[in-house]
Write a protein that binds this ligand. Structure first.
Ligand SMILES: *Cc1c(COP(=O)(O)O)cnc(C)c1O
Length: 421
């Protein structure tokens, strides 16, 4: 097994054998050879229908030819300049056209940088210190938000190396709980700079907001001079042209983006009202900088990707998502199981719990041993989903109805295997 050999070798040079924790699964992760449409190929000659899709970015599937060609063309002209390019304006205009809250954009290199910078901006704008995050949301791996933050960090709520002084300004509350927020704002509203959230939680499986919850957050933040930040690193360009803010019709003050925005290349961004964004340097005094910010390769890939994402595209993609969720529900019904099929649009996850999942604590009731058996049956059957119960699965344009049909057959096997003693 070449993957096994490579993993053993990798462990000597890369901590845990990987460059990001969730990629390491037992007994060893497969090593990629190439990706093509809905398929991922490994170095051992196996092929997988891929619902991980690099954890979200590949909404058009692997190696989508128009994007690859645009990048090839750009590559011949150089990969970094240290001066601006016209394409940065074009992509910024696209973001502004699509995202209801966006009037100006700063491009950065990752979702992590985007949330870090948006939080700094919110603190500067309000002159307040504390931020509110929800249990189980993930906003990247920086100090302010690495507190009870879902999949990769689950079980390590406070990583060693993060001073208490840093996280004492991060207030945690349960998702979908209006009373908890009302009480918190009454007590500490004068200290709260921002509420940051994933409008659809995508890092503890997949948890949508309850009806009215986002509207409630919008109202209470406006009344109390608190900046509302939607972290749309997953939902942006995934669930609608204008992300969750379009999908749910609630406009935040700031939005953070990443994943799909870079068209499969490293990129992040934050955006919002002009009056806030003009505080960002060099227009204003809030420092933010990056050698690779607005990198021409990533910008080109993002620009080409967005060209293929219109309303019709999302309608077609959502039908596939529905087909997948309904298919899993049918399997569960036939097996007389009461597990939760979660998700919306092209996002889905199966929770091995009978309890409805509206927050982190409820997600944690899922049986991870059963998930583990399900995951390995899928993997063995040529279907790759993220190796954690607390991640979200994604569907791309490249997934055919037949792909979904084949996958459902393997999933049925996986569910049956999970139930065996
Ligand atoms: C992935 C993710 C991030 C972090 O993005 P990186 O590019 O991995 O730094 C932030 N927020 C959400 C909601 C994410 O899913």
């Amino acid at each position: 097994m070449k993957s096994e050999e490579l993993f053993n070798d990798a462990k000597n040079y890369l901590p845990g054998g990987v460059d990001s924790p969730v990629r390491a699964f037992k007994p060893y992760p497969f090593f990629a050879l190439k990706g093509e449409r809905s398929r991922l190929f490994d170095v051992d000659g196996n092929t997988y229908i891929d619902y991980c899709l690099a954890y979200g970015p590949l909404v058009l599937g692997h190696a989508y030819p128009p994007v690859m060609n645009a990048v090839k063309e750009q590559l011949l002209k150089g990969s970094a300049y240290g001066v601006p390019t016209e394409n940065e304006i074009k992509l910024a205009k696209e973001v502004v056209r699509r995202m209801p809250c966006a009037e100006m954009v700063r491009f950065v290199n990752s979702g992590t940088e985007a949330t870090m910078s948006a939080i700094r901006l919110a603190r500067a704008v309000t002159g307040k210190k504390k931020i509110v995050k929800f249990e189980g949301t993930y906003h990247g791996a920086h100090d302010y938000v690495l507190v009870k933050s879902g999949s990769g960090a689950m079980g390590l709520p406070d990583s060693p190396g993060i001073p208490e002084e840093t996280t004492k300004n991060t207030v945690l509350i349960p998702f979908n709980d209006e009373e908890a927020i009302t009480a918190l704002v009454e007590r500490q509203g004068d200290d709260l700079a921002a509420i940051i959230l994933e409008p659809v939680m995508g890092n503890v499986g997949c948890i949508p907001p309850k009806k009215g919850f986002l509207e409630f957050l919008r109202e209470i933040t406006l009344e109390n001079n608190i900046i509302l930040i939607f972290d749309e690193v997953i939902t942006g360009f995934r669930i609608a042209e204008g992300g969750a803010q379009e999908y749910f019709g609630v406009t935040p003050d700031l939005v953070t983006m990443g994943k799909i925005l870079g068209g499969g290349f490293p990129m992040g961004a934050f955006a919002g009202k002009k009056e806030f964004m003009e505080r960002v340097a060099p227009a204003g005094d809030v420092y933010q900088a990056g050698t690779f910010n607005g990198n021409p390769i990533s910008i080109t890939a993002g620009l080409e990707t967005l060209k293929h994402l219109d309303n019709e595209f999302y309608q077609e993609l959502d039908i596939k998502g529905l087909k997948m969720r309904r298919g899993i529900e049918d399997i569960l019904e036939d097996a007389s199981l009461d597990y939760q099929v979660a998700g919306l649009a092209s996002m889905f996850q199966l929770y091995f719990t009978n309890e409805p999942v509206w927050n982190y604590a409820q997600a944690k009731t899922a049986n991870t041993d059963k998930f583990h058996k399900y995951f390995h049956t899928l993997l063995h059957g040529g279907v790759f989903i993220p190796p954690s119960q607390f991640e979200c699965c994604f569907i791309s344009k490249a997934h055919s109805s037949e792909d979904i049909q084949i996958s459902l057959e393997i999933m049925e096997k996986g569910i049956k295997t999970a139930e065996k003693k």
